[in-house]
Design a protein around this ligand. Structure first.
Ligand SMILES: C[S@@+](CC[C@H](N)C(=O)[O-])C[C@H]1O[C@@H](n2cnc3c(N)ncnc32)[C@H](O)[C@@H]1O
Length: 273
């Protein structure tokens, strides 16, 4: 497979900011952010309490936090509400404009830079937390960006990442079923179906096993991983059946299915002191 150039990744995300195609409101308006946050925090996506456990928003006062590929600023806004000193970088001007709009509307303070995460414009040991959620699986080789994040972390600082999971129900079953029955997916390879997860023209998406994810953070200590996110719509495959059975099933998050076959693999570790 020909490697996907960073310029292709950039043009896709400039034109298709995260989740915007599923939101009717104009990007950057209060209604847009309300809709985005409701989708993000839904029971079958990433409830706020789960996200707080992963990131530690509520104990982040005074910490210096960097988000690489910050999108529309959702994660950094949660940190900033609790008094963290936040910085966001993103490859695209679209994302930086959206992050700044979100912060202005919420009366929050943060610093934002349109920058490729492969070269972070910060001195060594600048941050207590460096996170990158749903970004590294859109990049051919994540190692250089992780090395940069490690460089700018203080000793004892935490790295937090989210990657798509190879063993997920979505990758192993849903995409295969779509390739058989959904006209949009028919004739596509498994890799092409995976790329389409974030938009029909998304040039690249990857999935990681737990072992591959762990090896990305070799050199860090206190490694922790966790799976989540499996909607009933995905699990039950048949449209409408999820609505009928929802009341009988356990919550969509953190149940046995989401914990073993969830789409999102969250990994965290510490830069050694
Ligand atoms: C799926 S979105 C995730 C946004 C955000 N992290 C979130 O959780 O909502 C991926 C983001 O990564 C950004 N991105 C992709 N490659 C990047 C790079 N090399 N450096 C910085 N940002 C990048 C894209 O512009 C896009 O905003």
């Amino acid at each position: 497979m020909t490697p996907v150039a960073n310029t292709e990744v950039k043009s896709f995300w400039e034109a298709n900011p995260v989740a915007a195609e599923g939101i009717a409101a104009t990007a950057g308006t209060p209604e847009f952010f309300r809709s985005f946050d409701a989708i993000r925090e839904a029971d079958d996506c990433e409830p706020w309490s789960f996200s707080d456990e992963i990131h530690g928003y509520s104990t982040s006062a005074g910490k210096r936090v960097l988000d690489v590929g910050c999108g529309n600023g959702y994660v950094l806004a949660q940190y900033a509400k609790f008094g963290a000193d936040v910085t966001g970088v993103d490859l695209t001007q679209t994302a930086i404009n959206l992050s700044q709009a979100r912060f202005a509307l919420a009366g929050l303070t943060g610093a934002f830079h349109t920058t490729d995460g492969h070269r972070l414009p910060f001195p060594d040991a600048s941050f207590d937390i460096a996170c990158s959620m749903g970004v590294l699986h859109h990049i051919e080789d994540p190692h250089p960006m992780i090395a940069e994040m490690r460089r700018v972390l203080k000793p004892g600082g935490r790295i937090i990442l989210m990657l798509y999971y190879r063993g997920s129900w979505k990758y192993q079953v849903v995409f295969r079923v779509k390739r058989l029955f959904d006209p949009r997916y028919r004739g596509k390879s498994q890799q092409e179906a995976l790329n389409m997860n974030d938009g029909d023209d998304c040039p690249l998406a990857k999935v990681y096993t737990r072992g591959q994810a762990r090896s990305l953070l070799a050199g860090f200590t206190e490694y922790h991983d966790e799976l989540n996110q499996l909607s009933f719509r995905q699990l039950l495959l048949v449209p409408g059946l999820d609505r009928l059975l929802r009341r009988l099933l356990p919550a969509a998050n953190r149940n046995i299915f989401a914990r073993t076959m969830g789409w999102n693999l969250y990994i965290k570790a510490m830069k050694p002191s």
